[in-house]
Write a protein that binds this ligand. Structure first.
Ligand code: DQQ
Length: 509
């Protein structure tokens, strides 16, 4: 037990103990990044949901603060659930959150800081007139939750806010308008819905610039702007997004490509990643994405170790101008401040079937940048039947093809019994077209029998002339020496790959 409880992550944000789920109301105020989160003060299993609160100056090192809100009113007595913050033009901060009320009905509530000049925003007032929204006719009493950050109408007179629901099996985003965050009107129709996607939790809605590098504040719209709509699908616990156009006069959002609509197209992440939420960082003019990484341990182990789950390293989100079809995410720049003891490995030629150990001594955290180049002649000469490749169903890292897998083995022990391959896989159809996949295989990540182990990943766009680059933030849960191995199982001749730069971090927190 003692041993389990000291096996903690150090890269990622996690409370000192007990259960955590969704990130809530992230915001920047007077020099501090604030993160609130769904928290059970009493156990390592979900329940008694309270808003935990932490602050950071760099999004990486965190200070724990007292709870921001606990379930103590009729309108949230069964849980202070997920919500978002809005910073008004005069600097006021408002939070809208879901309360699980005394009758287990999901209602929306308003809260605001007791003292705006407190940089730590320690005290929060729940508006005595709560709830400010209740499930409208036709919406299930338990299908109405997770309000977004609000944005301004084009005339600047009204605030709009969206939240998730469902009608039968169609996941939907409802839109409300308000002038004062106390009285809300439901707008006719819905902002968007997708049949078959089920309940939309933790909807997120924000603009991205198609021309500039910086992020956009939530109310920005106009030429050179697209809008991301994201839903967390309760049915399959994955975060799906789509790019589209938002018409502020009809309050409708239309996907750029109906085949890549919310819930049927792109995901933020193909591993464990859920209930994510962005905010606009007015300090550095960027949009930052937080997401909850759920547990892979069993509940019994969570109870033993006394904690469950972490938040992801926050990521900067921008529109991908190169492809025009997706967003790009990158760990916030601040994480690079943690780099120490750099090890570089250059021009490694990987022979077919080889495993090349990269000696980096002992480390508890790694920030790896690896870049692979596939021999062009081999790529052109290789012909495959074109059966199609899928990270999750094509046998993981053990499933060999002519052009993959190749990549890195992390968390590997000396005997290669436990290891986690993170790899590229190029599959080529009979038509000569190559597709690149980026996958992670957890099936041999642990000898423990009660851990969820999956192979996940997706097809990725690789443009002409681009190298296959990967960035891996590897967090060791305990301080045994890490053996990092670059491996390769390419079967065709005359091909080579190399992984030139491996960076190693120790003592990073
Ligand atoms: N978690 C919250 C809900 C939300 C769900 C409750 C998503 O508000 O829909 O803890 O993980």
């Amino acid at each position: 037990n003692a041993m389990l409880s000291w096996q903690r992550t150090s890269y990622h944000f996690q409370p000192e103990r007990n259960w955590m789920n969704d990130p809530n109301g992230p915001l920047y105020h007077m020099g501090w990044y604030h993160l609130f989160y769904q928290y059970n003060p009493d156990s390592a299993i979900w329940g008694n949901i309270t808003w935990g609160h932490a602050v950071s100056e760099d999004l990486i090192h965190w200070l724990y603060l007292p709870f921001a809100m606990v379930p103590d009113r009729p309108f949230d007595i069964n849980g202070v659930w997920t919500g978002s913050a809005t910073i008004l033009p005069d600097g006021q901060i408002v939070i809208l959150y879901t309360g699980d009320d005394a009758d287990l009905v999901q209602v929306q509530n308003l809260a605001y800081p007791a003292n705006l000049s407190d940089p730590l925003l320690l005290d929060w007032i729940k508006y005595p007139g709560n709830p400010v929204m209740v499930p409208p006719p036709g919406i299930g009493l338990t299908d109405f939750r997770d309000p977004t950050t609000a944005w301004l109408s084009p005339d600047g007179e009204k605030w709009l806010v969206t939240l998730g629901s469902k009608i039968n099996k169609t996941g939907i985003a409802l839109v409300y308008e308000t002038e004062d965050f106390k009285s809300f009107q439901l707008l006719d129709g819905i902002m968007h819905g997708v049949p078959g996607t089920g309940m939309w939790e933790c909807v997120d809605f924000y603009p991205v610039s198609t021309v500039e590098e910086n992020g956009l504040d939530t109310s920005i719209n106009g030429p050179g702007v697209k809008h991301v709509l994201k839903a967390s699908l309760d049915d399959d616990k994955c975060d799906y997004y789509a790019l589209g156009t938002y018409d502020p006069y009809t309050n409708k959002w239309t996907p750029d490509n109906p085949e890549l609509d919310v819930g049927i197209g792109l995901r933020y992440d193909y591993g464990k990643y859920y209930a994510s939420k962005t905010f606009y960082d007015q300090n550095k003019q960027r949009r930052i994405l937080w997401g909850w990484i759920g547990e892979t341990d069993s509940q019994a182990t969570d109870l033993l170790k006394g904690w469950a789950s972490v938040q992801n390293i926050p990521r900067t989100v921008v529109f991908d101008k190169k492809t025009g079809t997706n967003i790009l995410q990158w760990p916030v720049k601040e994480v690079e401040e943690l780099r120490r003891d750099v090890s570089e490995f250059e021009n490694i030629k990987l022979e077919p079937g080889s495993i090349v150990p990269l000696k980096i001594g002992s480390a508890t955290q790694l920030d790896i940048i690896a870049s692979f180049e596939v021999d062009k002649d081999a790529l052109v000469a290789t012909v495959e039947a074109g059966v199609g490749y899928n990270c999750s169903t094509s046998g993981g890292a053990a499933g060999r093809g002519l052009l993959g897998p190749f990549g890195l083995l992390v968390f590997a022990d000396e005997s290669l019994t436990e290891l986690t391959p993170v790899y590229f896989y190029i599959s080529k159809g009979a038509d000569g077209k190559a597709e690149t996949h980026f996958c992670a295989d957890e099936t041999r990540s642990s000898e423990a029998p009660d851990v969820t182990k999956q192979v996940y990943g997706s097809k990725i766009p690789v443009l002409e002339g681009e190298k296959l680059s990967a960035r891996l933030l590897v967090c060791q849960m305990f301080s045994s020496p890490t053996v990092l191995i670059c491996y390769y199982r390419l079967l065709s001749l005359n091909s080579y790959l190399f992984c030139p730069k491996i960076m190693n971090i120790t003592h990073c927190t």
